[in-house]
Design a binder for this molecule. Sequence first.
Ligand SMILES: [Zn+2]
Length: 347
Amino acid sequence: MDDASYYQALPKAELHLHLDGSVRPKTVLELAAKGGVPVPTQDLERLTDFLEATDSTASLVEYITYFELPIAVLQTVPALERATYELCEDLKKDNVRYAEIRYGPWLHVQQGLSLTDVIRAVLSGWKAGRKSFGLEGGVIVTALRDMPPAQNVSLAQVAGRYVGDGVIGFDLAGDEAGHPPILHEDAFRVARSLGLNITIHAGEAAGPESVRQAISMGAMRIGHGVRAQEDADVIAMIKENGVQLDMAPTSNAQTKAIRRLQDHPLRRFYEQGIKVTISTDSRTVSAVTLTQEYQTVTRVLGCTREEISAMNLQALDGGFADEVTRARLRHEFVDAAAKLRPAAPTG
Ligand SMILES: [Zn+2]
Protein backbone atom coordinates (compact mmCIF):
# COMPACT_ATOMS: atom_id res chain seq x y z
CA MET A 1 0.00 0.00 0.00
CA ASP A 2 1.46 3.39 -0.94
CA ASP A 3 1.72 6.24 1.56
CA ALA A 4 -1.26 8.12 0.09
CA SER A 5 -3.65 5.17 0.55
CA TYR A 6 -2.15 4.20 3.88
CA TYR A 7 -2.47 7.64 5.46
CA GLN A 8 -5.93 8.14 3.96
CA ALA A 9 -7.06 4.85 5.53
CA LEU A 10 -5.56 5.74 8.92
CA PRO A 11 -8.12 7.40 11.23
CA LYS A 12 -6.56 10.68 12.28
CA ALA A 13 -6.62 13.39 14.95
CA GLU A 14 -5.95 17.05 14.18
CA LEU A 15 -5.45 19.63 16.91
CA HIS A 16 -4.21 22.75 15.17
CA LEU A 17 -6.77 23.86 12.64
CA HIS A 18 -7.97 27.40 11.88
CA LEU A 19 -11.55 27.77 10.69
CA ASP A 20 -10.93 30.99 8.74
CA GLY A 21 -7.90 29.42 7.05
CA SER A 22 -9.91 26.40 5.95
CA VAL A 23 -12.90 27.85 4.09
CA ARG A 24 -13.50 26.28 0.67
CA PRO A 25 -12.66 28.79 -2.12
CA LYS A 26 -16.05 28.15 -3.76
CA THR A 27 -17.77 28.98 -0.48
CA VAL A 28 -15.77 32.21 -0.19
CA LEU A 29 -17.08 33.25 -3.62
CA GLU A 30 -20.68 32.34 -2.82
CA LEU A 31 -20.66 34.03 0.58
CA ALA A 32 -19.04 37.14 -0.94
CA ALA A 33 -21.80 37.35 -3.55
CA LYS A 34 -24.46 36.95 -0.87
CA GLY A 35 -22.90 39.49 1.50
CA GLY A 36 -21.83 42.04 -1.10
CA VAL A 37 -18.16 41.60 -0.22
CA PRO A 38 -15.87 42.70 -3.07
CA VAL A 39 -13.61 39.91 -4.40
CA PRO A 40 -10.54 40.39 -6.61
CA THR A 41 -11.85 37.90 -9.19
CA GLN A 42 -14.91 35.73 -9.88
CA ASP A 43 -12.70 33.05 -11.37
CA LEU A 44 -12.31 30.19 -8.90
CA GLU A 45 -8.88 29.19 -10.22
CA ARG A 46 -7.51 32.70 -9.95
CA LEU A 47 -9.15 33.27 -6.56
CA THR A 48 -6.80 30.71 -5.03
CA ASP A 49 -3.95 33.22 -5.59
CA PHE A 50 -5.65 35.30 -2.91
CA LEU A 51 -6.44 32.41 -0.56
CA GLU A 52 -3.38 30.16 -0.68
CA ALA A 53 0.13 30.84 0.59
CA THR A 54 3.09 29.39 -1.31
CA ASP A 55 6.71 28.45 -0.73
CA SER A 56 7.64 32.01 -1.63
CA THR A 57 5.43 33.50 1.09
CA ALA A 58 7.88 35.67 3.03
CA SER A 59 6.69 35.69 6.64
CA LEU A 60 3.95 35.05 9.18
CA VAL A 61 2.71 38.59 8.53
CA GLU A 62 2.30 37.79 4.83
CA TYR A 63 0.76 34.38 5.61
CA ILE A 64 -1.90 36.10 7.74
CA THR A 65 -2.97 38.26 4.77
CA TYR A 66 -4.46 35.14 3.12
CA PHE A 67 -7.06 35.05 5.92
CA GLU A 68 -8.44 38.51 5.10
CA LEU A 69 -10.93 37.50 2.42
CA PRO A 70 -12.38 34.50 4.29
CA ILE A 71 -12.72 36.68 7.41
CA ALA A 72 -14.50 39.38 5.39
CA VAL A 73 -17.17 36.87 4.31
CA LEU A 74 -17.54 35.22 7.73
CA GLN A 75 -19.51 38.04 9.33
CA THR A 76 -22.98 36.50 9.64
CA VAL A 77 -24.44 33.61 11.61
CA PRO A 78 -25.31 31.52 8.51
CA ALA A 79 -21.84 32.08 7.00
CA LEU A 80 -20.08 30.96 10.20
CA GLU A 81 -22.38 27.94 10.55
CA ARG A 82 -21.85 26.93 6.94
CA ALA A 83 -18.04 27.26 6.97
CA THR A 84 -17.81 25.22 10.17
CA TYR A 85 -20.17 22.54 8.88
CA GLU A 86 -18.30 22.26 5.57
CA LEU A 87 -14.99 22.00 7.39
CA CYS A 88 -16.42 19.01 9.29
CA GLU A 89 -17.33 17.45 5.94
CA ASP A 90 -13.80 18.05 4.63
CA LEU A 91 -12.36 16.48 7.77
CA LYS A 92 -14.53 13.41 7.25
CA LYS A 93 -13.24 13.08 3.65
CA ASP A 94 -9.70 13.23 5.02
CA ASN A 95 -10.62 10.49 7.54
CA VAL A 96 -10.03 12.78 10.50
CA ARG A 97 -12.07 11.42 13.42
CA TYR A 98 -10.99 13.83 16.15
CA ALA A 99 -10.64 17.55 15.48
CA GLU A 100 -10.22 20.77 17.39
CA ILE A 101 -11.31 23.75 15.34
CA ARG A 102 -10.07 27.20 16.37
CA TYR A 103 -10.93 30.75 15.38
CA GLY A 104 -10.80 34.29 16.80
CA PRO A 105 -14.33 35.55 17.54
CA TRP A 106 -13.20 39.20 17.59
CA LEU A 107 -12.50 38.93 13.85
CA HIS A 108 -16.16 38.22 13.11
CA VAL A 109 -17.93 41.17 14.73
CA GLN A 110 -17.34 43.67 11.89
CA GLN A 111 -20.99 43.70 10.82
CA GLY A 112 -22.64 43.85 14.18
CA LEU A 113 -22.55 40.31 15.55
CA SER A 114 -21.79 40.05 19.26
CA LEU A 115 -19.13 37.69 20.62
CA THR A 116 -21.96 35.49 21.88
CA ASP A 117 -23.59 35.38 18.41
CA VAL A 118 -20.26 34.38 16.86
CA ILE A 119 -19.47 31.67 19.40
CA ARG A 120 -23.00 30.25 19.16
CA ALA A 121 -22.90 30.22 15.35
CA VAL A 122 -19.64 28.25 15.22
CA LEU A 123 -20.88 25.85 17.90
CA SER A 124 -24.07 25.30 15.94
CA GLY A 125 -22.08 24.46 12.76
CA TRP A 126 -19.77 22.21 14.78
CA LYS A 127 -22.61 20.33 16.47
CA ALA A 128 -24.42 19.72 13.18
CA GLY A 129 -21.16 18.77 11.46
CA ARG A 130 -19.90 16.41 14.13
CA LYS A 131 -23.25 14.62 14.06
CA SER A 132 -23.44 14.33 10.27
CA PHE A 133 -19.81 13.32 9.82
CA GLY A 134 -19.06 11.33 12.97
CA LEU A 135 -16.45 13.61 14.49
CA GLU A 136 -15.26 14.04 18.06
CA GLY A 137 -13.33 16.98 19.53
CA GLY A 138 -14.43 20.55 20.03
CA VAL A 139 -13.85 24.23 19.45
CA ILE A 140 -10.97 26.40 20.65
CA VAL A 141 -11.55 30.13 21.06
CA THR A 142 -8.56 32.22 20.00
CA ALA A 143 -7.55 35.55 21.50
CA LEU A 144 -5.56 37.91 19.31
CA ARG A 145 -2.13 39.25 20.19
CA ASP A 146 -2.63 42.70 18.74
CA MET A 147 -5.93 43.31 20.56
CA PRO A 148 -5.98 45.44 23.70
CA PRO A 149 -5.55 43.01 26.63
CA ALA A 150 -8.92 43.99 28.13
CA GLN A 151 -10.75 42.76 25.01
CA ASN A 152 -9.14 39.35 25.38
CA VAL A 153 -10.22 39.29 29.02
CA SER A 154 -13.84 39.81 27.95
CA LEU A 155 -13.43 37.14 25.27
CA ALA A 156 -12.23 34.67 27.91
CA GLN A 157 -15.27 35.50 30.06
CA VAL A 158 -17.71 34.86 27.20
CA ALA A 159 -15.89 31.71 26.02
CA GLY A 160 -16.00 30.36 29.59
CA ARG A 161 -19.81 30.26 29.43
CA TYR A 162 -19.58 27.57 26.76
CA VAL A 163 -17.34 25.16 28.63
CA GLY A 164 -19.22 21.86 28.58
CA ASP A 165 -21.09 22.96 25.47
CA GLY A 166 -18.36 22.44 22.88
CA VAL A 167 -15.76 25.09 23.72
CA ILE A 168 -12.77 23.20 25.10
CA GLY A 169 -9.82 25.55 24.90
CA PHE A 170 -8.46 29.08 24.79
CA ASP A 171 -5.63 30.13 22.45
CA LEU A 172 -3.55 33.16 21.49
CA ALA A 173 -2.63 33.83 17.85
CA GLY A 174 -1.72 36.57 15.40
CA ASP A 175 1.44 38.42 14.54
CA GLU A 176 4.05 37.49 17.16
CA ALA A 177 6.55 40.29 16.61
CA GLY A 178 6.12 43.06 19.16
CA HIS A 179 3.23 41.27 20.88
CA PRO A 180 4.66 39.00 23.59
CA PRO A 181 2.13 36.55 25.08
CA ILE A 182 2.71 37.92 28.57
CA LEU A 183 0.69 41.08 27.71
CA HIS A 184 -2.37 38.83 27.78
CA GLU A 185 -1.67 37.11 31.09
CA ASP A 186 -4.93 38.30 32.64
CA ALA A 187 -7.08 36.82 29.86
CA PHE A 188 -5.39 33.47 30.34
CA ARG A 189 -5.82 33.61 34.11
CA VAL A 190 -9.56 34.15 33.58
CA ALA A 191 -9.73 31.39 30.93
CA ARG A 192 -8.02 28.90 33.25
CA SER A 193 -10.27 29.79 36.16
CA LEU A 194 -13.32 29.10 33.98
CA GLY A 195 -12.10 25.62 33.07
CA LEU A 196 -10.73 26.30 29.58
CA ASN A 197 -7.64 24.35 28.52
CA ILE A 198 -4.78 26.55 27.38
CA THR A 199 -2.81 26.49 24.16
CA ILE A 200 -0.76 29.41 22.83
CA HIS A 201 0.89 30.08 19.48
CA ALA A 202 4.59 30.70 20.15
CA GLY A 203 8.02 30.14 18.67
CA GLU A 204 6.77 30.60 15.13
CA ALA A 205 7.82 34.17 14.22
CA ALA A 206 9.05 35.08 17.71
CA GLY A 207 11.98 33.38 19.39
CA PRO A 208 12.23 30.83 22.21
CA GLU A 209 11.41 33.43 24.87
CA SER A 210 7.81 33.46 23.59
CA VAL A 211 7.61 29.71 24.25
CA ARG A 212 8.93 30.21 27.78
CA GLN A 213 6.27 32.88 28.43
CA ALA A 214 3.51 30.71 26.97
CA ILE A 215 4.40 27.84 29.29
CA SER A 216 4.50 30.21 32.28
CA MET A 217 0.95 31.28 31.33
CA GLY A 218 -0.34 27.73 31.68
CA ALA A 219 -0.07 26.47 28.08
CA MET A 220 0.15 22.69 28.08
CA ARG A 221 0.24 22.82 24.31
CA ILE A 222 2.14 25.23 22.09
CA GLY A 223 1.03 26.11 18.57
CA HIS A 224 4.17 25.35 16.49
CA GLY A 225 7.03 26.06 18.97
CA VAL A 226 9.51 25.57 16.12
CA ARG A 227 11.96 28.19 17.36
CA ALA A 228 12.26 26.51 20.77
CA GLN A 229 15.09 24.67 19.03
CA GLU A 230 17.24 27.80 19.41
CA ASP A 231 17.43 27.51 23.22
CA ALA A 232 18.45 24.37 25.11
CA ASP A 233 16.89 25.70 28.35
CA VAL A 234 13.52 26.15 26.67
CA ILE A 235 13.75 22.62 25.24
CA ALA A 236 14.46 21.35 28.76
CA MET A 237 11.47 23.32 30.07
CA ILE A 238 9.21 21.76 27.41
CA LYS A 239 10.35 18.27 28.39
CA GLU A 240 10.14 18.80 32.15
CA ASN A 241 6.62 20.19 31.91
CA GLY A 242 5.44 17.59 29.40
CA VAL A 243 4.38 20.38 27.04
CA GLN A 244 3.13 19.28 23.63
CA LEU A 245 4.04 21.04 20.36
CA ASP A 246 1.26 21.04 17.75
CA MET A 247 3.24 21.61 14.57
CA ALA A 248 2.29 22.16 10.95
CA PRO A 249 5.39 21.62 8.79
CA THR A 250 4.03 22.95 5.46
CA SER A 251 2.67 26.07 7.14
CA ASN A 252 5.88 26.48 9.17
CA ALA A 253 7.88 26.59 5.93
CA GLN A 254 5.42 29.11 4.44
CA THR A 255 5.58 31.46 7.44
CA LYS A 256 9.39 31.05 7.43
CA ALA A 257 9.51 29.69 10.98
CA ILE A 258 11.97 27.42 9.15
CA ARG A 259 13.81 28.30 5.97
CA ARG A 260 13.11 25.03 4.15
CA LEU A 261 10.81 22.12 4.93
CA GLN A 262 13.75 19.71 5.23
CA ASP A 263 15.05 21.81 8.16
CA HIS A 264 11.89 21.19 10.21
CA PRO A 265 12.66 20.01 13.76
CA LEU A 266 9.58 17.74 14.09
CA ARG A 267 11.47 14.47 13.83
CA ARG A 268 14.42 15.66 15.94
CA PHE A 269 12.01 16.77 18.66
CA TYR A 270 10.24 13.41 18.49
CA GLU A 271 13.54 11.57 18.84
CA GLN A 272 14.38 13.72 21.88
CA GLY A 273 11.18 12.54 23.56
CA ILE A 274 9.23 15.79 23.11
CA LYS A 275 5.48 15.35 22.55
CA VAL A 276 4.82 16.45 18.97
CA THR A 277 1.73 16.29 16.76
CA ILE A 278 1.10 17.06 13.09
CA SER A 279 -1.65 19.35 11.78
CA THR A 280 -2.44 21.31 8.63
CA ASP A 281 -2.86 24.66 10.47
CA SER A 282 -5.10 25.88 7.64
CA ARG A 283 -6.47 23.60 4.96
CA THR A 284 -7.10 26.35 2.41
CA VAL A 285 -4.30 28.81 3.17
CA SER A 286 -1.69 26.03 3.25
CA ALA A 287 -3.60 24.07 0.56
CA VAL A 288 -3.05 20.75 2.29
CA THR A 289 -4.98 17.88 3.89
CA LEU A 290 -3.73 15.95 6.90
CA THR A 291 -3.30 12.87 4.70
CA GLN A 292 -1.01 14.93 2.45
CA GLU A 293 0.84 16.43 5.41
CA TYR A 294 1.61 12.93 6.75
CA GLN A 295 2.96 11.99 3.30
CA THR A 296 5.11 15.14 3.22
CA VAL A 297 6.53 14.42 6.66
CA THR A 298 7.37 10.87 5.53
CA ARG A 299 8.95 11.97 2.27
CA VAL A 300 10.82 15.08 3.38
CA LEU A 301 11.68 14.38 7.03
CA GLY A 302 11.97 10.61 6.73
CA CYS A 303 9.47 9.79 9.49
CA THR A 304 8.33 6.17 9.41
CA ARG A 305 4.69 5.09 9.44
CA GLU A 306 5.16 3.94 13.04
CA GLU A 307 6.51 7.33 14.09
CA ILE A 308 3.63 9.13 12.39
CA SER A 309 1.14 6.76 14.00
CA ALA A 310 2.69 7.57 17.38
CA MET A 311 2.33 11.33 16.72
CA ASN A 312 -1.28 10.72 15.65
CA LEU A 313 -1.98 8.93 18.95
CA GLN A 314 -0.18 11.75 20.77
CA ALA A 315 -2.71 14.16 19.26
CA LEU A 316 -5.50 12.12 20.83
CA ASP A 317 -3.68 11.84 24.14
CA GLY A 318 -3.11 15.60 24.28
CA GLY A 319 -6.60 16.52 23.06
CA PHE A 320 -8.74 18.85 25.16
CA ALA A 321 -12.07 16.99 24.76
CA ASP A 322 -13.23 14.53 27.40
CA GLU A 323 -10.98 11.67 28.32
CA VAL A 324 -13.48 8.83 27.87
CA THR A 325 -14.14 9.79 24.25
CA ARG A 326 -10.43 10.08 23.51
CA ALA A 327 -9.71 6.72 25.14
CA ARG A 328 -12.41 5.07 23.02
CA LEU A 329 -11.01 6.61 19.87
CA ARG A 330 -7.51 5.51 20.86
CA HIS A 331 -8.67 1.88 20.72
CA GLU A 332 -10.18 2.48 17.28
CA PHE A 333 -6.99 4.13 16.03
CA VAL A 334 -4.74 1.35 17.34
CA ASP A 335 -6.99 -1.35 15.85
CA ALA A 336 -7.14 0.40 12.49
CA ALA A 337 -3.33 0.82 12.37
CA ALA A 338 -2.89 -2.88 13.22
CA LYS A 339 -5.23 -3.89 10.38
CA LEU A 340 -3.31 -1.69 7.94
CA ARG A 341 0.03 -3.28 8.82
CA PRO A 342 1.04 -5.97 6.34
CA ALA A 343 0.67 -9.47 7.81
CA ALA A 344 3.95 -10.97 9.03
CA PRO A 345 5.36 -13.56 6.62
CA THR A 346 4.52 -17.11 7.69
CA GLY A 347 6.52 -20.35 7.48
ZN1 LIG B 1 -2.04 28.31 13.98
